[in-house]
Design a protein around this ligand. Structure first.
Ligand code: G6D
Length: 344
């Protein structure tokens, strides 16, 4: 078990560091303190060949220039907030619009573009972890209150990459954190993800409006292109419905103690996602534009897929959705794990 720390660059006079967490079986997770972005996850295939299973860039400039949120921590509120506003206790809070009139992924300068600070590095016999922090000041992107966020990235000797989120604010605020890694289990993005096999314990999904905002309906997946309760490839039903012909970009409601399993036949790699979050967005990289990855290959459409575990998007504007409001002084906690195994 080991952790390597290197300087990755400088952003607005702040040093950006890269940390590489290693376990005893060759698996590695690398992230940078710019946006807390996960840049590489090296996982063996069935022949023991270590390859990168997330989309990532090799330079800080590329992360600054491209807003696909590769690997980034997203907040204060992941997803969209309609009309960039919400009401709370009789007050209307105006956030910064950054997608038409709507607010997406924390605004123009969300958590994905902040430089996070090292809090703690821990090396134990069966796991290594790095805890980082970010202070979102009162009024940042329109949000109320000073919010201190801690994220702990852990890699275990059992092949589990675990993300723990903790936060506390001095005023009531919405909070909905996620990690925006794009997974591609073929390794080094050698093929797109449409042939990946996905199984999701999700009986319902949230239909979207033209602006990709939840309509408020919670619809059963039965008989739709959103039914992944039995495993199927991404492409199998994608083209069969108007809503998914360009790919998936939809929130699902995760069944209690449900899991998500993604696998790639060619490599034998399997990733199982577990979380304490009630929802997640399946996004199949529909808007990727061919940016050149650290492996020197372009990340075109469907080059990677995201499983953004989180609260319900736009929950602040849908009272019947589970709330994402955190009270002043209350501790927010959330966690998600990505466990990698190999099918011989
Ligand atoms: C697009 O609609 C999608 C989002 O879901 C995704 O998070 C973003 O691109 C990166 O806006």
């Amino acid at each position: 078990m080991d952790i390597k720390k290197e300087v990755f660059g400088k952003y607005r006079e702040k040093q950006v560091d890269a940390y590489t967490l290693k376990n005893d079986h060759g698996m590695e997770v690398t992230f940078i303190t710019y946006g807390g972005a996960v840049t590489k996850i090296l996982v063996p295939d069935r022949n023991g060949r270590l390859e990168n299973v997330v989309l990532g860039f090799g330079t800080l400039d590329a992360y600054i220039e491209h807003t696909h949120y590769f690997g980034a921590i997203v907040g204060r509120v992941a997803g969209r907030i309609g009309q960039s506003r919400y009401d709370h206790q009789g007050e209307t809070v105006e956030l910064t619009p950054n997608e038409g009139e709507n607010h997406l992924h924390g605004g123009r300068s969300g958590f994905n573009s902040g430089v996070w600070e090292e809090e703690e590095v821990a090396i134990e016999f069966d796991r290594v972890s790095v805890k980082i922090s970010y202070l979102s000041r009162d009024g940042e992107e329109g949000y109320p209150g000073n919010l201190k966020v801690f994220v702990t990235y852990t890699l275990t000797n059992e092949g589990c990459f675990h993300i723990k989120y903790q936060a506390e604010a001095d005023r009531d605020t919405p909070l909905n954190l996620t990690n925006h890694s794009y997974f591609n289990l073929s390794g080094d993005a050698k093929e797109d993800v449409l042939g990946h096999v996905l199984q999701m314990d999700a009986d319902s999904f949230l239909p979207l409006s033209e602006e990709n905002l939840p309509t408020g309906e919670i619809r059963p997946v039965e008989g739709t292109a959103f039914d992944f309760r039995q495993k199927r490839t991404i492409r199998e039903d994608m083209g069969k419905s108007e809503e998914t012909k360009n790919g998936y970009d939809h929130p699902f409601v995760l069944n209690k103690s449900g899991n998500i399993t993604l696998s790639h036949e060619g490599s034998g790699r399997v990733m199982t996602v577990g979380t304490d979050q009630e929802s997640f967005v399946l996004y199949t990289g529909n808007f990727l534009t061919g940016d050149i990855l650290s492996e020197g290959v372009p990340a075109g459409k469907h080059a990677g897929l995201c499983l953004e575990t989180q609260g319900y998007p736009d929950a602040v504007n849908h009272p019947h959705f589970p709330s994402v409001m955190v009270k002043a002084g209350e501790e927010y906690r959330a966690s998600t794990s990505y466990t990698f195994t190999v099918k011989k």
